[in-house]
Structures are given as C-alpha cells and as structure tokens.
Design a protein around this ligand. Structure first.
Ligand SMILES: Cc1ncc(C[n+]2csc(CCOP(=O)(O)OP(=O)(O)O)c2C)c(N)n1
Ligand SMILES: [Mg+2]
Length: 1019
C-alpha cells in the first residue's frame, strides 16, 4: 500500500490534468444534471476511503462511459450516477449505493449493495492501478525507449524512477496474478484498437510497443486534451506503423542517395570539410517524408533553415540542387563571378521549384543562407515564411510552411531558439507551426551533452510552447519515416510547432579532418563498431523481401553513376556564380541579368492634397462610437492644428511616409517592442476604445480604399528574435517597407548577430538585397549609460565606403554610392527628411538596409518641425543640410564651420544665437552619414574658405560619428585643413548617470564649439 501511495503521489499532478477533458454530451436529453462529477465528488472525498484525489480519474472515466451508455458500466456505478443525478446528496450517493433495481431508497439499501459487492474496493483499486500504469507509459515511456543507436545514451532523468514495465507492476499494487485478468480500458488509451477491455499482460505489451521501442513520444505536458488524444491515437493504435512495399522501397532508395552522396564526396575530396551526415543518414528521408506529406495536404512552399551538418546532402537530395553545382564548389581554381565576398559552400542558400513525385504537385523549396552562428537563421526563416504566407493570403499556413533543422548542442544552448519559439503563437509572427528536426548526434564539436546542457533532452526548450516531441532512433529509418509523417500531419491538423529528435551519432569528427578519439574515446570505439544504417536497413529489407540483393546493388550503382556524371560535368564549370545560390530571388524587381531597372530615384515628395488627407487621417478616429482617451484626444487635436498650419512633427512625418506608401500599394510593416503606441507615446497608430476591451482602431487602415495593408505590431520582448524575423520578412518581397524599432537604440546589441552576420554583409556574402529599416532611438539626454546611445560608431565602422577615396563627381553620384554601399546610415534632424528617407527606401531601384538614429526629445521639440513645402513633389531627401542663415549669406566672414548630425544641431543653433555668433559660425548638418556625402561636404568646405572645420557631437569622442567623419572630411579637403573636435571626452560608458555631470559636459562641449580660439596654436 505504501508503494501504491507513493506512485499515486507522484502521478497526482498528472491525473489532475484529466479533469479538463471535453465532456461528452449527456445522453437521453435534458434530465441529467450531474455535469461536473469531479467537483461533486471532491467535496466528499474525505468521507470515502476509495474516493481519493487519484480515484477521481477513475470515477470520471466511469461517468463519461456511463453518459455515453449506462450499460457500459457496472450496475453499481449505473445506480450510483443515476441516484446522484436524481438529487442524492453527493456523500450519501456514493457512500451507500441503493439496490440495483430501485431509485434512491435510503441508507439501508445502499448498505445492502456494498455488502453484495465485497470486492468493490479491490476492483476500483485495480482499475485505478491499470489506468495509472497506462498513464505512466504515456508520460514516461520515452525514458526507456531504445532511442540511442549507440546504446550509450547520457539522457539523465535525475531521480525519476522507472514506473513502467512488467517488472514494476508492483508499484501499482498489481501482482503477477493480475496479468491475465481483463481490465476495461479508459478512453484515454487506444491500445485496445477495437477492444474495450484487455488482459493486463496484453495492455502492457501493447504499451511497450507504442512507447518503448525506437520512438519516444513526449507529449503529456501538452494541456490540450484533444491534442493528447490525437497523439495517443497515432502511436497507440495497434499496427498503425505499417508501410506499403512501395513506401519501403522509396525509403531505401532515399537512404541509398543520402549515404552514397556522402561516400562520393569523401572519395573525391577526402581532405575537404563538408560536415557530412554520416551517422544520421536518415535525415534525408525524414525531410523528404515531411515534404511529401505536407505537399499532399496542400503546402506549396517550404522554407528551410539549417546549419552545417548534412547541408550539402540536403541541397543535393532534398532540394535537388544540380550535383555539378555542388561539386564545383570544391574546385579551388574556380573564379568568383559575382562581386562581394561570397561564402563557403555549406552556408549558401537555395531556391528551387520542382514537381513532388508523391503528391504530383509543384512545390518550391528554399534553404535560407546562413552564417556560422548556429541557430541565428531560425527567426529569419520564420519571418520569410510569414511574409510568403502574408503575400499569398495564406492566413492559416496551409500553403507555406517552414522546417528548421538543429544540432543537439545548438538547440539546447542558443537562446535564439527560445526567442524564436516564443514568436510561434503571436498573431503577427506565427507561421502556423514549424516542424523542427534535431540532428541529435549526442555531441557538439568535442563537448559531451553532460557538459553542454542541464536538461535531459536537447529538445526540452520546445516544451514551453507545448510542442510535442518525437524522439526517434535514427538507425530505424521506418520509425523515422513514421514520426515524420505524424509530425507533418500534426502541423497540418493543429498548425502548431512539433519537434522530431533524430537520435543518432556522428561517425567522423566535427568535420572530416577532426580526430574525435582525443575527447570521446569510448563513444568512438562504439561508433567504429557500429554497422552503417543503410547496411542494416538494406539487410532487413532484403530479409523481408522488400527488395532483392541485386536490385539493391543496382540502385547503388545507378546513384553512383549519377554522381560520377555530374562530377564530370562539374569540371566544365569555369566560373562560380554565387547568384545561382540565391534563396529569395525577386525576378520582377530586377532585369533578367539581376541588375536594377534604372539608376535613378524619382522625387520622394507627395502632393499637398495627399499630405492634407493623410494628416487628417492621422488626426482622426475613423470609426463610429469609439471612445479614445482624453490625452489622446489632445494629441490628435494637436495633429489637426499642425495639418491646418501645413506642418509636421516627427510622428506626422512618419505617418505621411507610411500612408503615402500604402496608397501606392506598398505594404508597410512596423514591428518591435511597444511600437503601436511608440515607446515615447508619440506615434499612437493603434487606438484603444476606453469602454470596450480589445476594441482597437488603426487609422492608417483608412488612408485609401485600395491601399496596401498596414501591419503594426508590438513584438515579444526580444531583439535577436524579432529583428531576425523582420529581416526574413523583408527578404520575401522588395515591395514592402519593413521596419524594426528598438525600444531604445542600445538594445539593438542583443540582436548583434543579426546585424553583424546578416544585415551588414548579407549582400556581399549571398548576393541578395534587403531593404529592412532599423529605427534606433538615440540621444544623450541625461538618462544614464543605458537608454542613450544606439552606438552609431559601430554601424559606421561596418560601412564599406573608403575613407581615403574622394569619389568621382557626377550627376548620379548619390545613387551610385547607395548602390555600392552595404547599408545606409542616417540621422535625420527634421521630420521632412525622415519622411523622405523612408520613401526613398522604396522608390530607389534597389534595396539596401537603412539604419536610422531616431530622436527622443526631438519628437516634441517645437523647432523640430517641417513645413509641407519640404515634402511636396520635387523635394528629396537631403543628405546634407547647409546653414541657411547669416553665415551662409556672408561666407567669407565665417570663422568656423561646425559639422554635426542629429539632435545636437538644435543645441548648437540655440547656443549660437545666445552668443550672437550667427555671422561667424556656420552649422552644417550631415544627415546621411553613410554613404558619406563627399560632394556636398566639399561644397560646404569650399563655401567657407576662411573658416576652421569642427566636428561637434554630443557623444563621447571614441563613440558617435567622429572617427568615421573625420578622415572623410580630411579626404574632402585633400588634408589641407584640420578637422577639430568638440564633444565629450573619450569614455568607457556611453553616458553619465549623473544629470549634473551630463549638463556640465554638454555646456563644456558647446563652449568648445563656439570658442573661436579653442584650437589656435594646435595642429
Ligand atoms: C553561435 C555559435 N557558437 C559556436 C560555434 C562553433 N561551433 C560550430 S559547430 C559547433 C558544435 C555544434 O554542435 P551541434 O549543434 O550539436 O551540431 P553538430 O555539429 O553536432 O551537428 C560549434 C560549437 C558556432 N558555429 N556558432
Ligand atoms: Mg551535435
């Protein structure tokens, strides 16, 4: 009894879940009122020895069965439920069941029944025990499943004891003699098939087959009963894992391709790194099964992300990249045809449309190019998938889906995996279910899982989103194929994430040159003894008569010949075209040669009428009976006033840019933390009804009846995940303005990997363009070391323009510079310029990432406003804004030109006015920092021949823009004039935490900027 109690205690949290199962409709019409048995019974549990917390499960089972048909339960239960429904007080109803024939007749009758059923307690206990045992298999069967082909698994379940198996029935107070007794099966199992009761021995045997062979199903944490039942049915139903002869032959053929491909590469290029798949060859049939099944259910496009392991094999045998294109990548003599750095072969992406032979439907497969940084591509794939779904109106993910492949160490170790999972169920980020496949070779480079993670499985991170996890022994290709089928069906049914954990091994070292015996001697002794999976599977298939030995050998010869022929053809390739490895082509956007269709950009201004119209939308609540907050009413009124005065603040400038692009059919998507309102409460793109929960209004949706859709979405609190996602979204189409806004600019560094590995060098590595916009609030406003700097110095340091080369001046210089740059970095000082730069992003004939340092206090600065005149047709983005005051009218008399960027401009002109230095000092704003406006800076330095040149910034000297602009201004003046510095001194932190220090630093730098003797005598 003690052991039984222990088991019960252990299982209690699990049994509690069963109370949430859907209730079957009551039979026989409306008379049954006993709708919540668990609750009725709980109240009287204390009074009844056999009805404790755990037995509720059993009673509940009985109740549902009785509801379906009273004859399906023992008469005593029938009477009991009948009486309870007839109004018997709960305690009395089950304490003293009445005689079998009558209605409730009082305690004497009930006593008679108990006496007539002396084994009642034992009966209940045994049924409970069987039910617990079944549940234990469902919960813990995977603990003892034979998942590891090497049989050395280091999965550590801590103190969780094994509670299943014949040897453990004692834990449930069952004895050997019970094995041949027949037990009713609860509705939470499908092991019975068509039987509703089975001998215990048979129940256990079937559970062993379902849960403890080569598949370990982890799903009981899912808190949706329907989903649990679905999985149980898929794995418990007797004989469910059967394949046709045809399916088995296809599987073998795929195993042959997978295995022989690696062997071929090994034979031809034995000293090249390829991160082969040996030890997990069943990955290829796994992916192909998922794709076949998904194609059959209507999926037309699959977007994949993966790291190094097996990538070439996936390209060759899943995506079907021409083999010669892969082989020629191994030729070190091939010249690169494209500009840029290119990338190593196991990072390149691919896009391919082909006929799926199983479904006979066209399917597009793309593999997104990725950096070495493991898992970084995950959110990018999700974003691209979401975009493709969005643009084809696939609101439920039925036509476009993603597959993510992971390594075991990376899946457990990289936080981006978790961040990406958390996007999976958010309305503006969900891709309606991703299939994750983990190549779990039980090692990460040289590190053993026992040192690499604290969770038993590498897949435990997926539990947070209630994704079922199917662990499978990758040495059993049939089991692999089965779980992949189920995973694809799961996604197609529930549109939620699912994980396939391919438990395998890595036959070689981390790469083919690496010696694994240094660090994993025992594992690799075992691996050396391990028969290859193809050989094992082929032997089984031959023994079962699936294929003859001769057919098998011929199939191998056939595939080897395909490889050889492709190898011969690959020798004809003279030039390496990275653009043949494009993952996201934009065929209509470029010419057939992949060039921009023009090299000019039209005016980014819009008509007065349009400005007025969009401005009025921005100032209105365009739906009836919608109560907005009083403070917002004031904001909107203020906007209306600005519109009537023909001017814009920052928020209105942004509105004009978005609204006009939407009107022109360009989708705009703004995503990031709290972007709907705006961190600084200036934007208010989503209005909330003050009286009705969740009722919102997005005025931007009312710009024009045939406008493109506007997406504005508050994101999860993740930078890495969300920026990656938006980058992927922007990848799908050039005809969308996709913006990610950081809460404060400095938080972008938690997404540094996306910036460093994808955004900055993406085009150079992968010949693909991307027009993503990063909005990074920036400015020294006394808020302390954080919340101040978006780190302009880092973005500028990564710009690819040459500080020492003054470009050849020409009409199209600005466009050429933009075309050649890796990204554009701006700090706009006026709403009009912000408006123009956003519109230019779309109107220019190519796509480049745009980094915008956005203001905070300037959002409400009375002078940081623009007139409609600066936004009308014929106006453009101004890369540099010259001084237009007295200094510009008398340039010869100007003693100093202060170049600056961003908010400091307003501090400078205020100080200049205070000092009466308007004639002596010119203040010039560089709005586009990179590509650097050499031509316009030259005009300014030429205009003021007698002035000294100063760069002024509010950031510290080793930060901000100084190191970037100084050599470029020097190049502009052919190093004939020095460029002095007025700004904060070098420092480790971006800003002081002390308000007083902040203000005195500011004053000091302004003093220097206007002290015309500050630099005399220095050189
Ligand atoms: C973010 C990141 N950190 C470190 C590395 C270096 N690295 C490359 S492969 C690897 C091991 C990966 O192990 P696992 O995810 O299990 O994949 P496997 O190589 O075993 O297939 C490491 C640490 C990397 N590529 N990316
Ligand atoms: Mg690994």
């Amino acid at each position: 009894m003690h052991r039984f109690r222990t088991t019960v205690v252990r299982l209690r949290p699990l049994t509690a879940q069963s109370q949430s199962r859907p209730r079957p409709a009551a039979v026989g019409g409306g008379s049954r009122t006993f709708q919540q048995p668990a609750r009725h019974l709980t109240s009287s549990v204390a009074a009844e020895p056999f009805l404790n917390g755990t037995s509720l499960n059993y009673v509940e089972e009985m109740y549902y069965t009785w509801l379906e048909n009273p004859k399906n339960v023992h008469k005593s239960w029938d009477v009991f439920f009948h009486n309870a429904n007839a109004g018997a007080p709960p305690g009395a109803a089950y304490q003293r069941p009445p005689p079998l024939t009558g209605t409730f007749q009082g305690l004497a009758g009930v006593q008679a029944l108990v006496e007539a059923q002396p084994n009642m307690e034992k009966l209940v206990k045994d049924h409970l025990a069987v039910q617990s045992l079944i549940r234990a298999y469902q919960v813990r069967g995977h603990h003892i499943a034979k998942l590891d082909p090497l049989d050395i698994s280091c999965v550590d379940f801590d103190d969780a004891p094994c509670t299943v198996g014949f040897q453990n029935i004692g834990l449930y107070d069952l004895a050997k003699c019970d094995l041949d007794k027949t037990f009713r099966l609860p509705t939470t199992t499908f092991v019975g098939g068509n039987e509703s009761a089975l001998p215990l021995r048979e129940i256990i045997q079937r559970l062993e087959v379902a849960y403890c062979q080569h598949i370990g199903v982890e799903f009981m944490f899912i808190n949706d009963v329907e989903q649990c039942q679905w999985i149980r049915q898929k794995f418990e139903t007797p004989g469910i894992m059967r394949f046709t002869l045809e399916e088995k032959r296809t599987l073998l053929a795929r195993m042959i391709r997978s295995t022989r491909f690696e062997e071929f590469l090994q034979k031809k290029w034995s000293s090249e790194k390829r991160f082969g798949l040996e030890g997990c060859e069943s990955l290829i049939p796994a992916l192909k099964t998922i794709i076949d099944k998904s194609s059959l259910s209507g999926v037309e496009s699959v977007i994949m992300g993966m790291s190094h392991r097996g990538r070439l094999n996936v390209l060759a045998n899943v995506i079907r990249k021409e083999l010669e294109q892969i082989f020629c990548q191994f030729d070190s003599k091939l010249e690169a045809a494209d500009e840029g750095s290119g990338d190593v072969k196991y990072h390149l992406g691919m896009y391919h449309k082909r006929m799926n032979r199983v479904s006979n439907r066209l399917i597009t497969l793309s593999l997104v190019a990725n950096p070495s940084h493991l898992e970084a591509v995950d959110p990018v794939v999700q974003g691209k998938t979401k975009a493709e779904q969005f643009y084809c109106g696939d609101t439920e993910g039925k036509r476009v889906m993603s597959i993510l492949l992971h390594g075991d160490a990376a899946f457990a170790g990289q936080g981006i995996v978790y961040e990406t999972f958390h996007l999976s169920d958010l309305p503006s980020y969900t891709t309606h279910g991703t299939i994750h496949v983990v190549v779990n070779n039980q090692i990460g480079f040289t590190t053993d899982p026992r040192m690499a993670r604290s969770s038993p499985y590498p897949t435990d991170v997926a539990r947070v989103v209630n994704a079922p996890i199917f662990h499978v022994n990758a040495d059993d290709p049939e089991a692999v194929m089965y779980v992949c089928n189920v995973a694809a069906e799961w996604r197609n049914t529930f549109h939620k994430d699912v994980v396939v954990d391919l438990v395998c091994y890595r036959r070689n070292g981390h790469n083919e040159m690496d010696e694994p015996m240094f660090t994993q001697p025992l594992m690799y002794k075992q691996i050396k003894k391990q028969k290859g999976v193809l050989q094992k599977f082929a032997e089984k298939a031959i023994a079962e008569g699936v294929i003859t030995t001769q057919d098998y050998k011929e199939e191998i010869v056939r595939y080897d010949k395909i490889c050889e022929e492709a190898y011969t053809r690959s020798k004809d390739e003279k030039i390496l075209h990275i653009k043949h490895w494009l993952d996201s082509p934009w065929p209509d956007f470029f010419t057939l040669e992949g060039q921009p269709k023009t090299m000019s950009c039209p005016s980014t201004g819009i008509s007065e009428e349009e400005l007025g119209h969009i401005g009025n939308i921005a100032a209105s609540v365009p739906v009836e009976n919608f109560t907005i907050h009083g403070g917002l009413r004031r904001i909107l009124k203020n906007r209306a006033n600005m519109v009537s005065q023909r001017e814009c603040d920052w928020a209105l400038g942004e509105y004009m840019a978005f609204g006009s692009l939407l009107k022109e059919g360009i989708h705009v998507r703004l995503s990031g933390q709290d972007v709907e309102r705006g961190t600084f409460s200036h934007r208010h793109h989503v209005l909330h009804d003050q009286n009705v929960d969740k009722r919102v209004c997005v005025p931007m949706d009312f710009v024009s009846p045939d406008q493109a859709p506007y997406t504005v979405c508050n994101s999860s609190l993740s930078e890495y995940g969300v920026l990656g996602f938006e980058l992927g979204f922007a990848m799908a189409s050039p005809n969308a303005l996709v913006l990610w806004e950081a809460q404060f600019g400095d938080f972008h560094n938690t997404a540094q990997c996306i910036i460093d590995q994808f955004i900055s060098p993406g085009q150079a590595k992968w010949v693909r363009q991307n027009g993503i916009v990063l909005l990074l609030p920036h400015g020294m406003e006394g808020m302390g070391p954080e919340h101040s700097s978006a780190r302009p110095e880092r973005f500028l340091q990564m710009c690819n323009d040459d500080s020492d080369v003054f470009p050849k001046l020409s009409e199209d210089l600005a466009m050429r510079q933009l075309y050649d740059c890796n990204w554009i970095v701006v700090n706009c000082s006026t709403p009009a310029n912000y408006f123009h730069v956003l519109r230019r992003q779309i109107l220019q004939p190519f796509r480049k990432p745009l980094i915008v340092f956005t203001p905070k206090s300037l959002l409400r600065h009375p002078e940081a406003k623009s007139s409609f005149d600066d936004m009308l047709p014929g106006t453009h983005f101004r890369r540099l804004i010259p001084d237009d005051g007295p200094a510009a009218s008398g340039p010869q008399a100007v003693k100093r030109v202060i170049f600056c960027s961003g908010k400091i401009y307003y501090e400078l002109i205020r100080e200049r006015k205070n000092r009466g230095a308007d004639d002596a000092v010119a203040v010039v704003r560089i709005e586009q920092l990179s590509p650097f406006p050499f031509d316009l800076v030259k005009e300014e330095t030429d205009r003021y021949p007698n002035a000294d040149l100063v760069w002024c910034q509010e950031e510290h000297k080793n930060q901000g823009y100084y190191d970037y602009v100084k050599p470029r201004i020097r190049t502009t003046v052919r190093r004939t004039r020095p460029v002095w510095y007025a700004g904060r001194e070098s420092a480790a932190a971006p800003a002081t935490g002390n308000k007083h220090t902040h203000l005195s630093e500011l004053q000091r730098l302004l003093d220097t900027a206007f002290d015309l003797d500050a630099f005399s005598g220095k050189c």
